[in-house]
Structure formats: structure tokens, C-alpha cells
Design a protein. Structure first.
Length: 199
């Protein structure tokens, strides 16, 4: 684009060069101004939604102490945290006994974050209002991190889309340029350089 700007008064400049420069300028402005604004808006809306979801989870989930009965032979019922690493590092699963929020004693297979799986060990688990085991509620920092990633992803997708459109415009301009050269060559090329053709 800077090269086109420097030789904008050059008599060899073509109309397609000017259009290509305008397309590059528009793409640059969209990438610098619109893409970050879109990323910020997407991140802010995602953060609002995730914070609301985290508040709802914290309101409907309760931390309670469970007593390990035995280690569970089956795998975990659910990953305890969405940020958990691959399956080989998932927390252990145990059969435990706990009290639900209404005071009822319950027993079942739960995934725990503690490595204490010996019978009688006390571990913290999370339950819903009915006393069923559930994953730990999302905290504010995790929600914010997901929102930031969503904003960055939206901005990068916008930049990619703008660049893709710019490349498409440039490709069409080049095709039009080459088509015009072919037409001019077809009209003058066959006689070019021959004796007696007036050239």
C-alpha cells in the first residue's frame, strides 16, 4: 500500500492498483479498530454470561464433608473441573457417605480432589440442593479467563475474515488485470514486430 501511495501520480498506475490500495487500507482499519472492538464486546458479553452462570452454580451447590467408605472400582462419574488435564491425571473416584443439605445421609460414588482415599478419610465434595454430587462450581477467575479467551478468539476470527475478504478482492483484481492484458495482447500481439505492419 505504501508503494502504491508513493507512485500514485505515476502514469503507469492502473485503476486496479488504486482499488487494491483502498482494499488494503480498509482491511487495515478493520483489523486495527473493528476487530479489537468486536473481541472486547464478545469477551464482555461472555464474561457477563459466565459470571451469571457461576453465581447460579454457587447458589445451587453446597460444599460438604464426606467420609470415604472405600475406593471405587469404576471410573469417575464426571470430571471435577473443566480445566482438568487429560484422563490419566483425573482425580480419584471413591464410594463415600455424606449428609445432604436437608440432613439426609447419602452414599454414592464421587470424584474427589484429595488424594486421601483410605476408608474413613474426610474429603470435601460438592452437592446440589437434593444432595446429589456435582462438580465444583465455577469461580470468578475461571469465568474471567474463559471470557478473555473468547474475546481473543473473536478478534482473531474477525482479523482472519477481513484478511480472507481482502485476499479475495486482490485475487479478483489480479484476474481482471490479466484478462485485460490478454485482451490487449490478442488485439495487438499477432502483428507485433512484423515487417510492414506499421509498428
Amino acid at each position: 500500500m505504501t508503494g502504491v501511495w508513493r507512485w500514485r501520480h505515476n502514469s503507469l498506475r492502473r485503476a486496479t492498483d488504486r482499488r487494491e490500495a483502498w482494499a488494503a487500507l480498509a482491511a487495515l482499519l478493520l483489523m486495527v479498530l473493528a476487530a479489537p472492538a468486536l473481541g472486547w464486546a464478545c469477551g464482555a458479553r461472555t464474561d457477563d454470561a459466565l459470571q451469571e452462570s457461576a453465581r447460579a452454580q454457587r447458589a445451587g451447590r453446597h460444599a460438604t464433608t464426606a467420609v470415604v467408605v472405600r475406593r471405587s472400582p469404576q471410573g469417575p462419574r464426571f470430571p471435577s473441573d473443566p480445566e482438568t488435564a487429560p484422563r490419566r491425571t483425573l482425580p480419584p473416584s471413591v464410594v463415600a457417605r455424606w449428609r445432604s443439605p436437608d440432613g439426609t445421609v447419602r452414599q454414592g460414588t464421587v470424584t474427589i480432589e484429595s488424594r486421601r482415599t483410605a476408608p474413613g478419610a474426610r474429603v470435601e465434595i460438592w452437592t446440589d440442593d437434593a444432595g446429589r454430587p456435582v462438580p465444583r462450581p465455577m469461580d470468578e477467575a475461571t469465568a474471567r479467563a474463559h471470557a478473555v479467551l473468547a474475546g481473543i478468539g473473536a478478534a482473531l476470527l474477525a482479523v482472519g475474515a477481513v484478511e480472507g475478504v481482502r485476499q479475495l478482492i486482490v485475487r479478483r483484481l489480479k484476474k481482471a488485470r490479466y484478462d485485460r492484458i490478454d485482451q490487449e495482447w490478442a488485439s495487438t500481439g499477432p502483428d507485433w514486430g512484423r515487417t510492414g505492419t506499421g509498428s
